[in-house]
Write a protein that binds this ligand. Structure first.
Ligand SMILES: C[S@@+](CC[C@H](N)C(=O)[O-])C[C@H]1O[C@@H](n2cnc3c(N)ncnc32)[C@H](O)[C@@H]1O
Length: 265
């Protein structure tokens, strides 16, 4: 395993999460967007290029030519494999820590099952709604993706915390996207609100690093893993840029007396 890249509070690993997760110590949260392995109705098109499965067939050119690794498992194969890495996430998480995994409509029943198979208490299914996305004549549009989530055991109620919505409206990244299945940074920032401010969030399938970008912008600690070297380089660059611009996104601007270098009263 190669040495991780460290950018501020972000630690980024190039490799297979099944090999890297067992080497990690405790973490506060998992938020991740694994290969869904769900595009394509039949064996032949399921094994085809993800650019075609997820983008090309809808008349949009693939934004990038780096296919999503590991996206051709059938439903059972995906479930066995997902249980392996989720079990590692469970081991690694601190008690009560949240685990959030993205899914599409086809893989959703399996995704809620594997979360529980790994040991998590299933807490619900959030929705990422993409307004106007993928209209289909005479049918309901596939305009949402889902994020089943759970916790490692019990989580006591804390009534001082913000109430979070369960549905998030965000347009999918457009021409600027650098990963075929890139998530909006704001969506990942919304999801990070379920984690404690001092928690380290792990994304075992970081792709182009969107969870990491959001974490860095929010001043959160992050560990990302990506198997595809070109995606890994994209993630490193995006997270580095986010880190360089971090003062612009500081959640709380310094108080006037701090700016002047004065002691507070
Ligand atoms: C759905 S994409 C994540 C996209 C990401 N959310 C973003 O916004 O850029 C899943 C990523 O997992 C990576 N991947 C697939 N199998 C992996 C494995 N075993 N370990 C680590 N990464 C893996 C793929 O290369 C792909 O980039």
């Amino acid at each position: 395993m190669s040495e991780p890249v460290r950018i501020g509070d972000a630690t980024l690993y190039l490799g297979d999460c099944l090999e890297i997760l067992p080497t990690l110590g405790k973490a506060g949260a998992v938020i991740t967007d694994p290969p869904y392995s769900s595009g394509g109705a039949f064996r032949a098109d399921r094994a085809g290029s993800t650019a075609k499965k997820y983008m090309g067939s809808y008349g949009r050119p693939a934004a990038v030519d780096i296919d999503v690794v590991g996206d051709s498992r059938d439903a059972n194969g995906w479930a066995f494999w997902a249980t392996l890495w989720l079990t590692q996430c469970y081991r690694m998480l601190e008690d009560g820590g949240p685990c959030v995994i993205f899914s599409d409509w086809r893989q959703l029943p399996n995704a809620t099952n594997v979360l529980q198979a790994a040991g998590f208490v299933w807490r619900g299914v959030g929705v990422w709604a993409k307004p106007g996305y993928r209209p289909m004549a005479g049918r309901f549009a596939h305009q949402a993706e889902y994020f089943p989530w759970g916790t490692k055991g019990a989580t006591p109620w804390d009534y001082t915390k913000e109430c979070l919505p369960g549905v998030f409206d965000h347009a999918a990244p457009g021409k600027e996207r650098e990963h075929q299945t890139e998530k909006p940074v704001q969506l990942m920032a919304d999801l990070l609100k379920v984690t404690a401010p001092d928690a380290t969030t792990v994304d075992p399938f970081m792709g182009g690093g969107t969870t990491g970008v959001a974490a860095v912008q929010m001043g959160r600690k992050f560990i990302g893993i990506e198997i595809e070297p070109r995606n890994f380089d994209i993630a490193c660059r995006r997270i580095e840029q986010a880190y360089a611009q971090r003062p612009l996104f500081a959640a709380e601007p310094p108080k006037p007396h701090e700016q002047l270098g004065l002691e507070s009263a």
